[in-house]
Design a protein. Structure first.
Length: 145
């Protein structure tokens, strides 16, 4: 089943000015902005940080619920989506970090870094890790809501 790293957000007027953004499926992600454009950019960043934090705590990511009329879709940034996909695929694989390192032809330290939600990893290496885990990436470009 394909994984999508897009969640629905609620934008509401902030009593202190601007807009507040919350995610019903990811209550850890709360942010805001002076206007809708800034709120959307901040929402993608806050969502990515919250999802990486959830994985860092060893919890599975929540599955996005269906859209509701008063919610807008927010996708995490592409590098974050890749990182989330690698970690989720590894967690589902049942293999060890040593085995991932062997499949990649790399050291175990590098495998640990690849699986660290907060460690920056290049796209080619994350793509290789996904391939080593039997996954592939398909990119979709959607109209902005």
């Amino acid at each position: 089943m394909p994984k999508h790293y897009r969640y629905y957000a609620r934008l509401e007027a902030d009593p202190e000015g601007g807009l507040q953004v919350t995610f019903p499926d990811v209550p850890e992600a709360i942010t805001g902005g002076a206007d809708e454009a800034e709120a959307r950019v901040n929402a993608a960043e806050a969502l990515g940080l919250a999802l990486r934090g959830i994985l860092a705590m060893g919890r599975p990511l929540p599955r996005p619920l269906a859209n509701q009329a008063d919610l807008m879709p927010i996708a995490v940034e592409p590098n974050t989506a890749f990182k989330l996909a690698v970690i989720e695929a590894f967690n589902e694989s049942g293999i060890s970090k040593s085995e991932l390192a062997r499949r990649l032809g790399r050291g175990e330290t590098e495998a640990r870094r690849i699986l660290d939600p907060d460690h920056p990893t290049g796209l080619p290496l994350m793509r290789a890790a996904l391939a080593a885990l039997g996954k592939t990436v398909m990119i979709s470009v959607l109209e902005d809501a």
